[in-house]
Design a protein around this ligand. Structure first.
Ligand code: GAL
Length: 570
């Protein structure tokens, strides 16, 4: 791995906020002399050579696209990413190439990446034998065959930047080094991998307890219960104070839940309501725009962090809360309303602007809550993360709900040191509910998010036994998943990976975005409602069907099942 500095880098960059950064310099064979850098009117630009046939991946969690070759992408934080343009809950300025390298751009800016722009200083000329096309398809076809291309990265505002070049034989080798740069994956407790149910936001204390008792009576192995906004007196923005009306005795509630064997997770977001006991203390450390009538604390400032964390530790955590869901930290302005987040021009007391703070908020928020948890192990949730965030025990989720996009998220998140849950909420049919739950079982966090469901969502679909069986399957997977998380922590190998990540030399894997590798030796190919069968690609080697033990050779197979196709490498 090699760090290079171009121009004068900015102060507020991801590495400056990474508390576990471990850079060890090693020589690289990458042609550094072919990197071009230029300060321009829009900030600065980097250009990297790109060879024909190279395939590009990365840029963090991408729900709409896996293979970025030939695409223009902007790493903009957006809670409603609806197109393959780079918008994401968790964009990460790190890309990887099948040519054996990855490049991390240490910026909190919304950078524009062009993965295969014809070289700007060499206008395209027809080579011998080529003819100018007459039809549009001919013209476009010629453009696609341009011989020389670059990867160009335009970083707004900045007059310079640090980059890290990482080399490896497979994309997994490369991403593992990227993850170790920020201290490796998180230390995750086994209980955090257990099935997780989030209760309806309208529930009061008694209704939460009724749900908890029901789940135990009916033998559903739920290990974690989450409370949604309703636990607080104010939620948009937040007070971080228990609502006495709905929860007259929170200590008794958490004691009883704990006695029943549950871990407890609380929903919140960072925008602080005027009635919150920490509002006045946080005000001087906040940005100059409000969100939902609340202030936006600058959690890069240690005073703000202490006020926020101490209040949680002393007044919210009680003694039995060991997880949080950090919502809304991902710029909800675009599809919703313009007051759902802060603008890019916001000024924060640390000197960060709104663009930088959008990129850093998830990370700073996770750090603050971990400080409140004071060393208690957790596997929590967050809706925004970014660069160098591998070591935080938080899983990303989304309000979007396309099942195929959710599965694709499992293939892309691992390229950015991120964890993703394709959470199940409700469904149009029994089939859809079960198909969604199958993919949730084979994901980093087994989450059923019933936040708007008045009753357990599977009760609408007459599939209690199937749900119980799937959750029991998840419980059986925990030791394996825990071992995979330990490798993530110690060696940086993500527990969930796209096929191309391990099988980088197999061109057949380049565009497979609906199958993934799970733990060290499993391959999962989820199915969606409406599919009776699907094609599954098994890379080199022999594979055993996880459920039937049937042995399959590598190659494409048509699989018909009501279950989820899962294979184990032999
Ligand atoms: C959304 C979140 C949902 C749920 C809801 C509660 O922002 O994505 O999972 O928590 O808020 O209001």
């Amino acid at each position: 791995m090699k760090k290079l500095t171009f121009g004068t880098p900015e102060t507020h960059v991801p590495s400056a906020y990474c508390q576990t950064m471990k850079y060890v310099e090693r020589p690289v064979s990458y042609p550094i002399d072919r990197i071009a850098f230029k300060v321009n009117t829009r900030g600065c630009r980097l250009e990297f050579p790109m060879a024909r046939g190279e395939q590009i991946y990365g840029l963090g969690l991408q729900l709409q696209i896996l293979n970025l070759t030939g695409r223009q992408m902007v790493t903009r934080v957006n809670s409603d990413p609806v197109a393959p343009t780079g918008d994401s809950h968790a964009p990460v300025p790190f890309f990887l190439s099948t040519a054996g390298y990855g490049i991390f751009i240490d910026t909190a800016r919304y950078a524009e990446f062009d993965f295969g722009r014809p070289h700007p200083s060499k206008p395209r000329t027809l080579t011998e034998g080529e003819q100018a096309g007459a039809s549009t398809s001919e013209i476009y076809a010629q453009r696609a065959t341009a011989k020389e291309a670059v990867i160009s990265v335009q970083i707004p505002v900045a007059r310079g930047v640090d980059i890290y070049i990482i080399e490896g034989n497979t994309l997994t080798d490369i991403v593992a080094q990227y993850n170790m740069l920020s201290g490796g994956g998180p230390d995750v407790p086994e209980w955090g991998l257990a099935p997780f149910y989030r209760c309806c936001t309208r529930y009061n204390q008694e209704q939460v307890l009724e749900t908890a008792r029901y789940l135990r009576e009916r033998n559903f192995p739920i290990g974690i219960l989450g409370l949604e906004p309703g636990w607080q007196t104010q939620t948009y923005s937040c007070s971080y104070v228990w609502s006495g009306e709905r929860f007259p005795n929170p200590q008794a509630l958490v004691d009883e839940l704990t006695d029943m064997g549950y871990h407890i997770n609380l929903w919140e977001h960072v925008f602080t309501h005027p009635t919150s006991p920490i509002y006045d203390a946080l005000s001087p450390y906040s940005g100059d725009y409000e969100v939902w009538g609340g202030i936006v604390p600058d959690l890069s400032i240690s005073e703000a962090r202490s006020i926020f964390a101490d209040h949680h530790r002393d007044n919210v955590l009680l003694d039995k809360i060991d997880g949080f869901k950090l919502d809304e930290c991902d710029g909800s302005d675009f599809i919703c309303h313009s007051s759902w987040s802060f603008p890019l021009t916001t000024e924060f007391p640390s000197g960060m602007d709104g663009e930088q703070y959008h990129s850093m908020l998830g990370t700073l928020y996770m750090q603050t809550i971990l400080r409140a948890l004071d060393g208690k192990p957790t596997l929590s949730e967050v809706r925004q993360a970014g660069a160098l965030a591998a070591s935080y025990p938080f899983v990303l989720y989304s309000d979007l709900y396309d099942h195929k996009d959710f599965i694709r998220g499992l293939t892309t998140a691992g390229f950015g040191g991120l964890l993703w849950t394709p959470e199940v909420r409700d469904a149009q049919s029994r089939e859809e509910f079960l198909r969604r739950l199958q993919s949730v079982v084979f994901s980093p966090q087994c989450l059923i998010n019933g936040w708007y469901c008045d009753r357990l969502p599977w009760l609408d679909h007459d599939c209690e036994d199937e749900v119980r069986e799937l959750l029991e399957l998840r419980v059986r997977l925990i030791p394996k998943l825990k071992a995979a998380f330990d490798s993530y922590r110690d060696e940086g190998i993500p527990p969930v990976r796209a096929l191309v990540s391990d099988y980088t030399n197999d061109a057949e894997t380049y565009r497979i975005d609906d199958e993934y590798l799970f733990c060290d030796d499993m391959l999962v190919a989820p199915m969606v409602a409406g599919e009776a069968s699907r094609r599954v690609y098994l890379p080199a080697g022999q594979w055993k069907d996880y459920f039937s033990d049937a042995v399959l050779e590598s190659g494409w197979h048509e699989i018909t099942t009501e279950g989820i196709p899962v294979f184990v490498r032999m």
